[in-house]
Write a protein that binds this ligand. Structure first.
Ligand SMILES: [Ca+2]
Ligand SMILES: [Ca+2]
Length: 230
């Protein structure tokens, strides 16, 4: 009698333990999606100018569709258009977007069919313009984000915002001033080197040659500026 009770209790404990392990395993699987969606905005833009902001995504698996809200300071920057993203080699079209309240737009992206997209890239390109005669900064934040895979299951993600400063043209560092401190000197050559090997992110002024890439040619150009050759 006692033996039977002990056995029943043992079975109950074992089942409980297995259920617990199953629950932990499921939670670990959700957390293990490891996807990050982040706003990638320029540090500084000139007042009245147009600029783009990407909604970057990393390490997604079998992505099919998603939605998210982008919020910004409407008195500093305005959103003009949203265009397609890219993950790996697959385009991620913008299905529809709409300003749901002042300074907040809701965006839906959807890959046609259900091929399932893997890799990193960006979900969308946001085309903004900065206000005229407006100095100030605006956060660009993400909220209400939801991503799903090609089986319509949620892909959990970490959502990260950014910010952009709108300033006068004179406040923008000249090409070659890679660290943006107002002068071009040896420190900028070091900064370009660190950018090339991935130790630092680049601001536009690091591209001394203004050819759209930061590479060894920008070291040479910055050196030429430092020694007064140009
Ligand atoms: Ca500098
Ligand atoms: Ca360059």
């Amino acid at each position: 009698m006692v033996k039977g009770t002990v056995r029943i209790l043992y079975v109950i404990a074992l089942v409980g333990l297995l259920l617990g392990i199953a629950a932990v395993g499921r939670n670990a699987a959700v957390a293990a999606d490891g996807v990050t969606v982040s706003i990638n905005a320029p540090v500084r833009v000139v007042e009245g100018s147009t600029f783009t902001v990407t909604v970057d995504i990393t390490d997604v698996t079998a992505f099919d569709a998603g939605q998210f809200d982008v919020s910004f300071n409407d008195s500093v920057i305005q959103l003009d258009d949203v265009t397609a993203g890219l993950a790996g080699t697959t385009q991620i079209p913008t299905a529809l977007w709409n300003e749901i309240s002042t300074g907040t737009c809701r965006i839906i992206v959807n890959v046609p069919g259900v091929p399932g997209v893997d890799g990193s890239g960006y979900l969308a390109v946001l085309h903004f313009h900065a206000g005229i005669s407006v100095d100030g900064s605006s956060a660009v934040s993400l909220s209400n984000g939801f991503l799903n895979n090609n089986l319509a299951s949620e892909i959990t993600a970490t959502w990260v915002g950014d910010s952009v400063n709108v300033c006068e043209p004179s406040e923008i560092p000249r090409p070659g001033d890679a660290n943006g401190d107002g002068i071009v000197n040896a420190a900028d050559i070091t900064t370009v080197e660190r950018i090339i090997v991935g130790l630092e992110g680049a601001m536009p002024s690091a591209d001394a040659t203004q050819d759209g890439a930061v590479n060894a040619a920008d070291i040479t150009k910055a050196e030429a500026i430092v020694i007064g050759a140009i």
